[in-house]
Design a protein around this ligand. Structure first.
Ligand code: ZN
Length: 370
């Protein structure tokens, strides 16, 4: 048996950390977490302290220029999407999670007086040198972080999904057909909006918001990611943890056209027709075609667009893109989101070594500002 975890031992860890790295930008958050845990009601305290101990272990230990850059991007995107001048939740960037490293998001709960304080872990897939072209995925994860408190936005989508479930249950009963029964289960599983966002409406909504924020930079990243992703895995594969790539692509093409980026969607369209040739049977399978429900895709996108409108989000337009690309040479003049868009642009204009030199300047400029 372990001894119960004491507040003193956590405070000691904090002290060691503060002595080693007194200007660490996340020290304040770590202190806040320990203070929250320490002040939780007696019946939650042990669980809260255990959680705080776990969180202290995942905090990035070293203060680097790249960490400052990541935190600046996180701050910029989250304040933009919440309309608040400081992020209203604790977000911890997590690195080095072994060979399985990938971009991701995970919400933890810190028990506190019966109420819970959400803490968001954002998994960052980068080595020592950040490649800002890949940071479109950081934006994706941060949109998940922001949507964590907006399940109510998906009410209409949930109602529509429940309707589909009913239809397929009835169809299954009427014809004694196991396919209908299975579709009812699948609609429930994939299309019902869930608190932890492991569902298709959230994925489509997050992509939609990212398209608004990043336009062609996002479309191109999807294209690269899907091209690589479907070398071995079918674009039509339905599995619990992932939305089928073909469905996601279909949704993105539609959104790109809606936002005025129709031309830029061409490579995604080509990828889509290549998949049709690669897996003709999967593309025609009636189960897949039933699940690829246009009404539900459209509803998830409408949800995302009305969220953007409600917070007064300025979508990336060709005109705005032109102003960003014009100043892309001078990294000092670029804020978080602009920096990611500029990285995409610079990466297409100059040879790889010049791109990396630009990226290095960007990292350093953030360190100077910090
Ligand atoms: Zn996602």
């Amino acid at each position: 048996m372990h001894d119960p975890l004491s507040i003193i031992s956590l405070q000691h860890s904090l002290k060691v950390w503060a002595e080693r790295s007194p200007t660490h930008p996340l020290l304040g958050n770590a202190q806040h977490i320990v203070a929250l845990a320490a002040s939780s009601a007696p019946r939650h305290r042990q669980a809260a302290l255990e959680e705080a101990k776990f969180l202290l272990q995942v905090f990035p230990q070293h203060e680097t220029d790249a960490l400052h850059l990541d935190l600046a991007v996180i701050h910029h995107v989250v304040t933009l999407l919440t309309g608040q001048s400081t992020p209203d939740r604790i977000i911890i960037p997590v690195y080095d999670v072994g060979p399985e490293r990938a971009w991701g998001h995970h919400e933890r709960q810190l028990p506190f007086e019966g109420v819970v304080c959400p803490v968001h872990l954002v998994f960052i897939d980068r080595g020592q040198e950040p490649d800002l072209r890949t940071y479109v995925w950081l934006v994706h994860e941060l949109v998940h972080v922001v949507l964590a408190r907006h399940l109510h936005l998906f009410t209409e989508g949930g109602r529509m999904a429940a309707q589909r479930v009913q239809q397929w249950i009835l169809a299954g009963l009427a014809s004694d057909d196991p396919v209908g029964e299975q579709l009812a289960v699948d609609f429930q599983r994939y299309w019902s909006p869930h608190r932890y966002q492991e569902d298709w409406p959230h994925e489509i909504a997050v992509d939609t918001i990212c398209m608004q924020l990043l336009g062609p930079a996002y479309a191109e990243a999807l294209h690269r990611h899907y091209g690589e992703g479907t070398a071995n895995i079918s674009a039509y594969l339905i599995e619990p943890s992932h939305i089928p790539l073909e469905l996601r692509t279909q949704a993105m093409i539609r959104m790109g056209e809606h936002l005025g980026w129709g031309d830029i969607m061409q490579p995604l369209r080509e990828l889509q027709s290549a998949w049709e040739h690669q897996w003709p049977e999967a593309a025609r399978a009636s189960q897949y075609r039933a699940l690829r429900d246009d009404g539900l895709i459209g509803e998830a996108q409408r949800t995302a667009l009305s969220f953007c409108e409600a917070i007064g989000l300025q979508p990336l337009t060709p005109r705005l893109l032109a102003t960003i690309t014009e100043k892309s040479g001078d990294v000092k003049g670029l804020a978080g989101l602009e920096l990611i868009i500029a990285a995409w642009w610079v990466g297409r204009q100059v040879p790889e070594d010049e791109y990396w030199a630009w990226g290095e300047r960007a990292v350093r400029s953030y360190a100077d500002d910090a």
